[in-house]
Design a protein around this ligand. Structure first.
Ligand code: GDP
Ligand code: IMO
Ligand code: MG
Length: 430
């Protein structure tokens, strides 16, 4: 049976949480493969809004196994808090497993994230959750993994190895008092005890599920343009959020992933710094923000808003090998008399069809728009393609053609029942 994946095709917040939750109804396993609690995935069930940062959005179904893969960076404090938050809402986390190979976000990573951002001349606008510094230590081979954290002898020894250098950096460069081994050891061992029985070889769990014919869904965090390699570097996150990160971040063969669905807003948003060719700094952008409630799930920052950029999503289709599109927030565009879609860029008088790899060139690109008539009809009750106004169908068909990828799912509201599935991702669950 298939392993399917959902990836963000823009700058994050495309509605991956909502679409994951919808598909999780038929998934036996939902797995996160990268990022950490910089993610904010919103799922609305029976008018309750759940905000998940670390635990996969499949957790709201009792029969779905949820995995935090080795490619994720885990803040143990956040994990414990998120498990408690779910328990308070009557949601069981007995089906949650965490990879022993996942790296731990330590308190010094969070402090360093903020201090480094302050010191930076060119701000990135990070979420301040310690994501970048934790991945730096992973690649420096100075990381503490979940498997170390739950083993007191190893945890203490790793802390004794790594903390002196961190303290020197904190004290000598930033004038921060630094941390004590004993204090971190006690606090973090306390968190570890709360989920030690959930730590597993998640790669093996996925493979067993696959061999047993189960449906596995990989839930991306962030988006293609925040990818460390393929995004708008340096205004990116510190992991491979595009489909390339799935195999390494879960310990599965890339050939087992048979469908990769690109989640895409019917317009564009970005939170944090960096270039944004179709950004609207006017009343139209403001209207998109208000209708779409475009405020960050993690930091509450207002999101920058703009028109749909087919050049970007075309690139995302290539980088991820997209097999289908899940277009979200279509209803936000219900109010507009006309809707623009960027189909190419003007770069110094030259027409570019492909997203430039050079950031300075991107900064000079001006969008070339095609203007489509708005439908000015409410779509949020549409249950099928036929229920959509003809002009909304035309808009969707136009963006699919421009991107070069088939439409698979259309979302017309935050709730589960506000979803039109044009072709199924999974068969029925066993
Ligand atoms: P994610 O990070 O990709 O999971 O996306 P976020 O949860 O950060 O942001 C998406 C926001 O849009 C959330 O508040 C969702 O509840 C909401 N949402 C998702 N799909 C739709 C939709 O089709 N229409 C509307 N109006 N809201 C949606
Ligand atoms: P979801 O999964 C939107 C952005 C931050 C910043 C940059 C680097 O909800 O789509 P980081 O803290 O990762 O080092 O910040 O990346 N960013 C996101 N923007 N959605 C997210 O996740 C994001 N995760 C990180 O705003 O610009
Ligand atoms: Mg989000």
């Amino acid at each position: 049976m298939p392993i399917a994946a959902l990836v963000g095709t823009q700058w994050g917040d495309e509605g991956k949480g909502k679409i994951t939750d919808v598909l999780a109804a038929k998934a036996d396993v939902v797995a996160r493969y990268q990022g950490g609690n910089n993610a904010g995935h919103t799922v609305v069930v029976e008018n309750v809004k759940y905000k998940l940062h670390l635990i996969p959005s499949g957790i709201l179904y009792s029969g779905t196994t949820c995995l935090i893969g080795n490619g994720v960076v885990v803040d143990p404090k956040v994990l414990v808090e998120e498990m408690r938050y779910l328990h308070e809402h009557g949601i069981d986390t007995g089906n949650l497993y965490i990879s022993d190979k996942a790296h731990v976000i330590m308190p010094y990573h969070k402090v360093l994230d903020k201090l480094e951002e302050q010191a930076r001349r060119l701000k990135i606008g990070t979420t301040g959750r310690g994501i970048g510094p934790a991945y730096v230590d992973k690649y420096m081979r100075a990381g503490i993994r979940i498997g170390d954290l739950i083993n007191p002898t190893r945890f203490r020894s790793r802390l004794e190895d790594f903390l002196p250098l961190k303290n020197r950096i904190l004290q000598e460069i930033y004038g921060h008092p630094g941390f004590e081994v004993e204090q971190i050891f006690q606090e973090y061992s306390g968190y570890a005890r709360e989920f030690a029985d959930r730590v597993a070889d998640t790669s093996l769990l996925i493979d067993e599920a696959r061999l047993a014919g189960k449906n596995v869904l990989c839930e991306g965090a962030q988006g293609t343009f925040l990818d460390i390699d393929h995004g708008t570097y340096p205004f990116v996150t510190s992991s491979n959020s595009s489909a390339g990160g799935i195999a390494a971040g879960l310990g599965i063969g890339p050939n087992h992933v048979s469908s990769i669905i690109g989640v895409v807003k019917a317009y564009s948003t970005r939170v944090g710094e960096g270039p944004f060719p179709t950004e609207l700094s006017d009343a139209v952008g403001e209207l998109i923000r208000e209708r779409g409630q475009e405020y960050g799930t993690t930091t509450g920052r207002p999101r920058r808003c703009g028109w749909f950029d087919a050049v970007m999503v075309r690139y995302a289709a290539r980088i991820n090998g997209l097999t289908g599109l899940a277009v979200t927030l279509l209803d936000v565009l219900d109010a507009f008399q006309s809707i623009k879609v960027c189909v190419a860029y003007d770069y110094r008088g030259e027409r570019l069809e492909h997203f430039p790899t050079d950031l300075e060139a991107l900064q000079e690109c001006r969008p070339i728009y095609v203007e489509l008539p708005g439908w000015q009809t409410e779509t949020s009750n549409a249950q099928s393609w036929a229920d959509l106004p003809a002009k909304a169908q035309d808009f969707l068909s136009f963006i699919a053609k421009e991107v070069g990828c088939a439409l698979q799912i259309i979302s017309v509201g935050p709730r589960r029942d506000q979803t039109i599935v044009l072709s199924e991702v999974f068969g029925e669950r066993d």
